[in-house]
Design a binder for this molecule. Structure first.
Ligand code: FAD
Length: 455
């Protein structure tokens, strides 16, 4: 339900001098994320708008906003960098957009851990910890824009997951501090396994204000492009290298058909070769080159981050994960969309070759090497030529029935219909405590129905 002008004015009166904007252009841009990767979500979400953007600068201001919103029963959509892909930041019922990016203090850096405020951009935290010889254990390819709590609440894994696992693995985040959405808001601290109550909850059960994150010793990773004849050879190279513990932070495998989208890699990634983009430890470069050689490949690029920047080339982390899809969408908007698929174990490149033969020009393949609960897990983020919603769901069904592949559906807005598959009752129980009136990011979890809201 959209709030009346009077309710909004009453809310504003309660929050005093906390920055608050109702300019229509600002509302439009702050009511969007990257849901437009999906034509299905675009149709569902275009035109959904928040009514006020508030930007707290301290946790005390978050508490003031939460209390005022609860008093007036105003929906609240928390927004970090707004880089989510599933409309996680789109307000379905108007109300307040609470932008966290001014909560950006890094408070404590110790060996292996950083504690910071929720709205810190991940890259800023990385710069802050660099002086101690450390780096983030893992980050999304959007680290320049993404915030720490946005990653906790909306992300899954990324660059570094190859070594340090996915977000759900349990040790990347061990502490979260949040504010409840009640007339008298409370501050709750979650530690250890309890953080799962809010992890990947799309900001539906509490406003995170601070958190910790795992650090690992900093490495001056070598950004590389290795080229192979045949996508199965490229996959086998990456699978073997990961399985045998090559010291790497990222390994992204893409078909040669992606080459025209990678304009900035012209000369390093020709269309008649399939590529592996990696971040390799300097000490492991000899091993890396020998492995590429043994599979009949060539290394077309190897450079430190500093050299990459000097040559105006993209860093390897912006060549993988969902940046790969972005390259295609930048060059051929409206032509492509994508899927997110996990393969049955043990991973068999022959299955991918079967899929390539089956889908021809309809699907271009891209795979990511990761580790989930300690075990190697290989995901695909294939580009799919957009025709219709029915066709997308036919493909998802075929990949399940014929290939045993599970899809984390990126064309849906609820937590359950996307990656999680089922209602997480622990998160819903926590929502009763942290958001008893059901005001946070309405419509994003199937586990909450309006009758559950406290009057
Ligand atoms: P937002 O989009 O602002 O928010 C995400 C969700 O978190 C929303 O539901 C929001 O309400 C909630 N939220 C934000 N802050 C808070 C808070 N303080 N308290 C409570 N809830 C909060 N994801 C990956 O996991 N790995 C990748 O490698 C990756 N690559 C990407 C590449 C591209 C090009 C794009 C467009 C997206 C990619 N993503 C990836 C998705 C997204 O960038 C990440 O999940 C990112 O970490 C989200 O951070 P954000 O600050 O932008 O979050």
């Amino acid at each position: 339900m959209i709030a009346t002008a009077q309710t909004l004015a009453d809310f504003r009166a309660l929050i005093g001098d906390i920055p608050c904007i109702d300019d229509s252009k600002v509302l439009e841009s702050k009511s969007k994320d990257y849901y437009w990767y999906s034509p299905i979500l675009k149709q569902q979400l275009d035109g959904r708008l928040g009514q006020l953007v508030v930007t707290p600068r301290t946790e005390a201001e978050v508490i003031t906003i939460a209390g005022a919103a609860a008093k007036h029963r105003l929906p609240v959509t928390v927004r970090g960098g707004g880089t989510g892909n599933y409309g996680q930041c789109v307000p379905m019922e108007g109300g307040i957009i609470l932008e966290t990016t001014k909560l950006d203090r890094v408070s404590e850096i110790t060996p292996g851990r950083v504690i910071c405020e929720a709205g810190c951009r991940m890259e800023r935290v990385e710069h802050a910890v660099a002086g101690t010889g450390q780096m983030l254990s893992m980050f999304p390819s959007t680290k320049r824009l993404a915030t720490m709590a946005g990653f906790v609440s909306g992300g899954s894994g990324g660059i570094g997951s190859l070594r340090n696992g996915m977000l759900r693995d349990g040790s990347n985040i061990t502490y979260v501090r949040l504010v409840t959405l009640e007339e008298a808001p409370r501050v709750i601290e979650l530690r250890g396994p309890d953080i799962m109550k809010v992890q990947h909850a799309y900001g539906t059960n509490g406003i995170i204000t601070a958190m910790d994150y795992a650090l690992v010793p900093a490495t001056d990773w070598v950004h590389t492009v290795a080229l192979f004849d045949g996508y199965d050879t490229a996959l086998r190279f990456a699978q073997k290298a990961q399985g045998e513990g090559l010291d790497a932070f990222l390994m992204t495998v893409v078909e040669g058909r992606f080459a025209p989208f990678y304009k900035r890699l012209a000369g390093y990634f020709p269309a008649d070769k399939d590529a592996v983009f990696s971040m390799i430890a300097p000490d492991a470069m000899e091993d890396f080159r020998a492995r590429v050689d043994a599979m009949g490949g060539t290394v077309s690029l190897s450079a430190s981050l500093c050299e990459i920047e000097e040559q105006n080339l993209p860093p390897a982390w912006e060549l993988g994960w969902n940046h790969t899809t972005l390259q295609a969408l930048k060059h051929e908007p409206g032509v492509w969309t994508y899927l997110q698929t996990a393969y049955p174990q043990p991973f068999d490149p022959a299955l991918v070759m079967k899929q390539i033969a089956r889908y021809g020009e309809e699907i271009y393949f891209h795979h990511e090497m990761a580790r989930m609960y300690g075990a190697v897990q290989i995901f695909a983020l294939p580009l799919v030529r957009w025709t219709s919603k029915d066709r997308i769901y036919q493909i998802i069904d075929e990949m399940k029935r014929l290939d045993g592949c599970d899809t984390y559906d990126p064309h849906t807005i609820t937590i359950e219909d996307g990656g999680m598959k089922e209602i997480d009752t622990t998160q819903i129980d926590f929502k009763r405590e942290a958001d008893p009136h059901g005001l946070m990011n309405p419509g994003k979890t199937r586990g909450w129905t309006p009758d559950m809201a406290k009057a």
